[in-house]
Design a protein around this ligand. Structure first.
Ligand code: PLP
Length: 776
């Protein structure tokens, strides 16, 4: 037995001396995690002398870290064997809380990047907030979403180290708090590089006021503590609006300022006050606008704190920072009311004004530009995305089409001014989690054929191409898919008490609920299929299980209405004996990273059906591709690059393209589609004619009206559901019939998708950032 195994058993015997097989999941989890922490301790302490990249992000959606840490340390199989020897189920860690310190794609991307950075041997460290409660836990009651607090600390936090002596003070207009860092190791594959994810927790300067307590003012005695803790209390369950404004701005400043202070403190240990060297030592990536307040804050720290001139400080700031844009949704380009900004951050606002003055001066001397187009402070608001473009050296979009839209529309004036600043860096995902860990059967299949170097070099997958014509390989691939469906069925049965028919095609749409992602279009098309099958219009059809998963922001009523509608449609279909042998529909609850790891490997079809031009990139589309699902999707985000790689003939692409929607302009009249096409009218009317009911809330009527008449700021059918409806139904049926008629030919498509997934590794993405943006 080696030292690691001894430590695990030693830790276990401290928790439960007699019989290890009786240990609780938490006890096993603690014993193993602490043994790994001991193992990595000395490697983790060595400080890098090279230039460091810092990833500032309001979210890190890590998912469960124990499996990936064990895999990357090369301890996964050894640990599982050890547990088996002591009669402990090696799947025990699946009972441990998934941690959810992120909303969805943006936070998961940050987690994939950290894994890739450490694996590439780059010094890439994450900085964010240690929320007490992550994204809410979702349940359904009568088909409606209910939210519960996500208590991720219930299983302890063996992976974090509290660094009390590295705390820093953060000041707001009306209060001051300590930011206390909790550091988590980020272990690269092979265990050679161990980076750090530093998450800040907000704590009071004075936890308790004895005087007030003695005066029996109990509430007031802990008021400061409560106010401070509020700052890192919850993750905003909304990744695209600026709700809870004051607290949200406080959160953003809290982790931005704390991270910058700790970076400067470390810098000064080696370089004293030679701040010109800062850009040689640090590159800071701003993940969306959430950390953009870092820009005026670093100016402030350098000017007020270190006596630099504005022009010296500006030059440093611009070299250090770069910015990633994640969305073109107008409501997500953050703006803060000047009055709010001044109340929360009075000491920072003057630096925003200095930036604005510098910009005005620059534009004023350029006669071809209209100063009104370039204002960081306009209409009584501070524009964070504009600030990010102006004061950094790089702005990037996250897929080719997205970057083009940024250049041509969203940030057009800025692209005209600074074309050299704009880059595209298409997103990626880590194949360690999204293939090696979540689909060990497929991993073995791949490794048996081409060796295991794909784990750190995903383009190796190209070597699978010849196997597309090997009948034996295709047969094995089908068997693996079946096995993953069986495993998923067990999981869904346990979690959601629903029986999946594993003989069926699995057609999966899992992602946050949003109108632009068009889960409602999927539901309409399922209802249309149902009528078609029931009434004999559709004859050839391979039985299909339609699976949905995803959370709606608690204040987003229409998205919650869509969940309710899908659950109602599911009931209608699942209980109809005339069709339920041909189709079933289920909405799984609490979609998170762990659920994704079960769902994605079992999917035949990956639903990626956002309105063209709305999904910046998408990353679940890449996870599905790697696991051998074909994409049923629109010309949007990274879907376009996926079919560029894998071939349009191996995927199913439909619907209006961005240029077509642009050309259509004001001439789109959804009501004409509604009136002309009975199938459209029928599914639309199901919202209001009693086919299904919303329980009296009126939300179905609201959805109906939003499509036919428009509602609030949306014009009618803002996301073109009715325009794309028939092409979607046709393409979906064609895909089904391809599967029905020739399974081998269909499986060939799956294999070719896997073989061409190489560029969608976040290893490629992070290497590109390192070279083109961070100059590591
Ligand atoms: C990958 C992932 C996402 C992003 O999904 P998209 O379909 O790209 O929006 C969201 N949530 C979880 C849990 C994920 O793993």
């Amino acid at each position: 037995m080696n030292a690691y195994e001894e430590t695990v058993l030693q830790n276990l015997s401290e928790e439960i001396p007699a019989d290890f097989s009786k240990a609780t999941p938490k006890e096993v989890y603690m014993a193993v995690s602490k043994a790994v922490m001991k193992q990595i301790f000395s490697t983790w302490q060595t400080k890098s002398e090279r230039k460091k990249a810092c990833y500032f992000s309001a979210e890190f959606l890590l998912g469960r870290v124990i499996h990936s840490n064990l895999l990357n340390m090369g301890l996964l199989e050894e640990t599982e064997n050890l547990l088996r020897q002591h009669k402990i189920d090696p799947k025990v860690f699946e009972k441990v809380e998934d941690d959810a310190l992120g909303n969805g794609g943006l936070g998961r991307l940050a987690a994939c990047f950290l894994d890739s950075g450490a694996t590439l041997g780059i010094s890439l460290n994450g900085y964010g907030i240690r929320y007490r409660y992550g994204l809410f836990r979702q349940t359904f009651s009568y088909g409606e979403q209910k939210e519960e607090a996500d208590d991720w600390l219930a299983f302890g936090d063996p992976w974090s180290v509290r660094r009390e002596n590295e705390r820093v003070r953060v000041d707001f207009g009306e209060e001051s708090v300590w930011a206390v860092p909790y550091d988590m190791p980020v272990i690269g594959y092979g265990g050679k590089t161990i980076n750090t994810l530093r998450l800040w927790q907000s704590e009071p300067l004075h936890p308790f006021d004895f005087e007030l307590f003695n005066e029996q003012k109990y509430e007031e005695a802990v008021a400061e503590k409560n106010a401070a803790e509020r700052i890192s209390n919850v993750l905003y369950p909304n990744d695209d609006t600026d709700e809870g404004k004051s607290l949200r701005l406080k959160q953003q400043y809290f982790f931005s300022s704390a991270s910058l202070q700790s970076i400067l403190r470390e810098f000064k240990k080696s370089y004293a006050n030679d701040f010109k060297k800062l850009p040689e030592q640090y590159a800071i990536q701003l993940n969306d606008t959430h950390p953009v307040v870092s820009i005026p804050e670093l100016l402030r720290l350098l000017i007020a704190g270190e006596n630099l001139s504005f022009s010296e400080a500006f030059s440093i700031v611009q070299q250090v920072f770069s910015y990633t844009n994640h969305t073109i949704m107008a409501e997500a380009l953050e703006k803060w009311d000047v009055s709010l900004f001044c109340t929360v951050l009075p000491q920072v606002y003057p630096y925003v004004v200095m930036l604005q003055n510098r910009l005005r001066h620059e534009i004023g001397s350029n006669s071809q530009r209209n100063p009104d187009d370039y204002s960081l402070i306009a209409g009584g608001k501070v524009h964070m995305a504009k600030m990010a473009v102006y004061a950094t050296h790089s702005v990037n979009g996250v897929a080719k089409i997205h970057t083009e839209i940024l250049k041509k529309k969203t940030l057009k004036e800025w692209y005209d001014l600074y074309p050299e600043r704009f880059h595209n860096v298409t997103n990626g995902v880590t194949q360690r989690r999204w293939l090696a860990l979540c689909n060990r059967e497929l991993s073995k299949f791949i490794t048996n054929r081409i060796g295991n170097s794909w784990i750190t070099n995903l383009s190796e997958l190209e070597k699978l191409v010849p196997y597309a014509d090997d009948p034996d390989s295709l047969k094995q691939l089908m068997q693996i898919k079946k096995e993953k469906k069986n495993q998923l069925a067990d999981y869904v049965y346990r979690k959601d008490n629903f029986g999946l028919n594993t003989e069926n095609i699995f057609d999966v749409q899992v992602k946050r609920l949003h109108e632009y992602k068009r889960q409602l279009l999927n539901a309409f098309s399922i209802l249309d299929l149902y009528y078609g099958l029931k009434e004999g219009r559709i004859k050839d059809f391979y039985p299909t299980t339609f699976i949905f998963g995803g959370k709606a922001a608690p204040g987003y009523d229409r998205a919650k209405g869509i969940i309710k509608y899908i659950n109602e449609i599911a009931n209608l279909i699942n209980y109809d004996d005339a069709v339920n042998r041909k189709m079933q529909v289920v909405f799984v609850s609490n979609y998170d990273v762990s659920y994704a790891e079960k769902l994605i490997p079992a999917a035949d079809f990956s639903e990626q059906i956002s309105t063209a031009g709305t999904e910046a990139s998408g990353t679940s589309n890449m996870k599905f591709m790697m696991n051998g699902a074909v994409t049923l999707g629109t010309y949007d985000g990274a879907n376009i690059e996926i079919v560029e790689q894998a071939g349009e003939e191996n995927n199913y692409i439909f619907g209006a393209r961005v240029e077509e929607l642009e050309a259509l302009g004001e001439n789109y009249h959804p009501r004409i589609f509604y009136e002309r096409e009975p199938r459209i009218r029928r599914v639309m009317d199901s919202l209001v004619n009693g086919t299904v009911t919303d329980g009296g809330s009126g939300v179905f009527q609201e959805l109906y009206r939003s499509i036919l008449d428009g509602a609030s700021w949306h014009r009618a059918d803002y996301y073109y559901l009715l325009l794309d409806f028939l092409p979607y139904c046709e393409t979906r049926l064609r895909a089904n019939q391809d599967y029905l008629r020739d399974r081998t030919k269909f499986t060939r498509k799956c294999l070719l998708n896997i073989a061409h997934a190489g560029v969608f590794s976040s290893d490629r993405t992070v290497s590109q950032y390192a070279k083109e943006i961070w100059y590591l």
